[in-house]
Every structure is written in structure tokens, then in C-alpha cells.
Design a protein around this ligand. Structure first.
Ligand code: ADP
Ligand code: TRP
Length: 321
């Protein structure tokens, strides 16, 4: 089985990225050949600061490695180190109906939020299809927000195979119910674009402040809260604390007697403890950037050995070259 996923270097990675994409991807390393990449071309649809992109890309590499990506087992590379993906994007774009792209939820959501759309944002699912098809991936672990993009990839692959003959593997998304949509500090989907995140790594004081600043209602600590399961801190605690601790905290909130301040303090403590070993690993890696750059270089070479074969197959099928 060939497993592939990508993360955009458009800002600091957050626990939605961790539970929705990184953790499942790390666990899948025992189930097949894994290819994981830093989607720096994708980040151009929202970020136009070159130095920031370079820094973020390195940070995402550090985050992946700190959270358990094993470069002996898996390929880790920067998307733009294999620019052939842009050629495949063009090829696939010629078979992609406008209507399919107009129905993309992420495009609709971003434009509805007032982000002014460029061609790149509109064409983004075609680049994502090229990412997936270029490596013959069968399984794509993602959060629920990306499901539609993987379905579009399937449609595009089927259309290509139908038009030019069997060329591409048709991939499946892998979405875990329990972490499909991690809520942000404001209750919407946690996202780098919505300024509602809890970063995986960052300064302790700032993160404590962010958690203590989660807005809750004005009910007193003593009041029972029958809707305790809807509380954002409880939902996040279920991901970060041992199951029995999360269940007991939820029970205390539901029955009354647990104040929001104490709840938020507990959330911070569990969050901080959960990521402690990854923080240590990340600090070690950050002290040896030559090693990290060597991993990315080796990853790009390994990625190219697959992509050149698949692109060759696609070019031949459609009569190019
Ligand atoms: P963002 O929305 O913060 O920009 P990306 O689009 O770069 O995040 O997402 C990278 C990966 O993390 C994708 O697989 C995506 O589905 C997953 N992901 C992002 N936000 C969440 C979330 N709130 N819950 C679950 N998974 C998420
Ligand atoms: N679009 C994805 C996101 O924003 C990132 C991504 C780019 C990706 N190419 C991919 C994910 C290919 C899976 C497979 O989350």
C-alpha cells in the first residue's frame, strides 16, 4: 500500500493538523510505503512572504520529524523540490470541469470569508490531485475538510483513465471519525486561516494565555451543565488527556462544581504534558539543521524516482513527447 499526505507551510502547525493528519500518518508508517510532503506550492495561494514560506517549510519538516515521522521508513520532501507536479497539474487541469472546481467547499468557504480568490486558489484541487496521482498513492490520510479534494482527485483520475487508458491509481481518503474535525478555540474548525488555533509547539506563556482566554458562558461553577460534551475545553481534553481523566472532568462539569477557570487550567496542563516528548525531540532537531536538510534532499531524490516513472507513463498515455 502507498500512503501519501501533505501539509501546507502557511503558518504554525496546530493540534488540528496533529490529530487530523500527522498522528494518523505517523501510525500508518507500519502499514505501507509512506510519502509525506510539505505543500509549499499550495501555501502560495494564501502566503506571499518568501522568507516566511522558507522558514515555515523548515518548521513543518521539524514538526513532522518531531512528531514521529521516521525518515528511514518514510519519504519526507518539499513539494517544490519535484516541480514535475506542475506539469501533471496542467495535464489534469485540461480534464477538470469548471463546475467541479466551482463546487469545492474550501474555495467557497474562503471566498465567503472575504479572502479574494486568485487562479491558484481556484485550481488548488487540481494541484492536489497531481500530488496524489504522481506517487501512485492508494491511501490519503486527511482531516474531513480535505475529503472532497480527495474525491475530486478520484474523479479526475477516473476521467484520465477513461480518456487516455489506464494510467493512474484511484486513491481512497482515510478519515478518522474521532479526530476528523478538531474544533478551534472559537468553536469553528481549527485552522491556520482562522486565527483560532492551539499550536503544537510554541511559547508556554502565550499558549497558557490562549487557553485561559477561551470564551465560555456566564454560568457559575456550581450550576450543572447538561451540555458539557459541547464544551470546547472538554472536546480538546478528550484528545489530550487519558480517557478516564477526560470522562471524570466531563462528569464534574455536567453535574456542577467545576469552574471554567479550573477546567481551562486542566486543559493547559494536559496539553503541555501531551506534547512534552515531541518538544524535546524538536529542540534536538532544531540544533542540527544540516541533518534535517539532508533528510529533505534525500526525500526529494526518492520522491523523484517514483514521480519520473508515473509522469512518463502519463505523458506517453496522452501523446506528449
Ligand atoms: P489549515 O486549515 O490549518 O490551513 P491545512 O489545510 O494545512 O490546515 O491542513 C493540513 C492537514 O490537517 C489536512 O489533512 C487537514 O485535513 C488537517 N486538518 C486541518 N485542520 C484540521 C482540524 N481542525 N481538524 C482535523 N484535521 C484538520
Ligand atoms: N490541501 C491540503 C490541505 O490544505 C494539503 C495537501 C496538498 C494535501 N496536497 C495534498 C493533502 C495531497 C493530501 C494529499 O490540508
Amino acid at each position: 500500500m502507498r500512503i501519501l499526505t501533505g501539509i501546507q507551510p502557511s503558518g504554525q502547525l496546530h493540534i488540528g493538523n496533529y490529530f487530523g493528519a500527522i498522528k494518523p500518518a505517523v501510525e500508518l508508517q507500519s502499514r505501507g510505503d509512506c510519502t509525506y510532503f510539505i505543500a509549499d506550492y499550495h501555501s502560495m495561494t494564501s502566503l506571499t512572504d518568501a522568507a516566511q514560506r522558507r522558514q515555515n517549510s523548515l518548521d513543518v519538516a521539524l514538526d513532522w520529524l518531531a512528531c514521529g515521522l521516521d525518515p528511514q521508513k518514510s519519504v519526507l520532501f518539499r513539494q517544490s523540490d519535484v516541480p514535475e507536479v506542475c506539469e501533471l497539474m496542467w495535464i489534469l487541469g485540461t480534464l477538470t470541469p469548471m463546475g467541479l472546481l466551482e463546487r469545492a467547499n474550501s474555495y467557497k468557504d474562503k471566498t465567503a470569508k472575504g479572502i479574494s480568490p486568485n487562479f491558484g486558489l481556484f485550481a488548488y484541487p487540481v494541484l492536489m490531485a497531481a500530488d496524489i496521482l504522481l506517487y501512485d498513492a492508494n491511501l490519503v490520510p486527511v482531516g474531513r475538510d480535505q475529503k472532497q479534494h480527495v474525491e475530486m482527485t478520484r474523479d479526475i483520475a477516473v476521467k484520465f483513465n477513461h480518456t487516455y487508458g489506464d494510467t493512474f491509481v484511484v486513491p481512497e481518503p482515510e478519515i478518522r471519525d474521532e479526530t476528523a474535525l478538531v474544533p478551534g478555540l472559537d468553536g469553528q474548525k481549527m485552522s491556520k486561516s482562522y486565527d483560532n488555533t492551539l499550536p503544537i509547539f510554541g511559547d508556554e506563556k502565550a499558549l497558557r494565555k490562549k487557553i485561559m482566554g477561551i470564551v465560555m458562558d456566564s454560568r457559575t461553577p456550581a450550576e450543572p451543565k447538561p451540555d458539557a460534551d459541547k464544551n470546547i475545553a472538554i472536546q480538546l481534553l478528550k484528545l489530550l488527556a487519558p480517557a478516564d481523566v477526560a470522562a471524570e472532568t466531563e462528569r464534574r462539569l455536567r453535574e456542577g462544581g467545576l469552574g471554567y477557570g479550573d477546567l481551562k487550567k486542566a486543559l493547559f496542563e494536559h496539553y503541555w504534558t501531551f506534547f512534552a516528548p515531541y518538544r524535546t525531540k524538536r529542540a534536538e532537531l532544531a540544533g542540527n539543521l544540516d541533518h534535517v536538510n539532508a533528510i529533505l534532499k534525500d526525500g526529494a531524490e526518492r520522491a523523484k524516482s517514483t514521480s519520473s516513472q508515473v509522469l512518463g507513463r502519463a505523458r506517453k498515455a496522452c501523446g506528449l513527447g
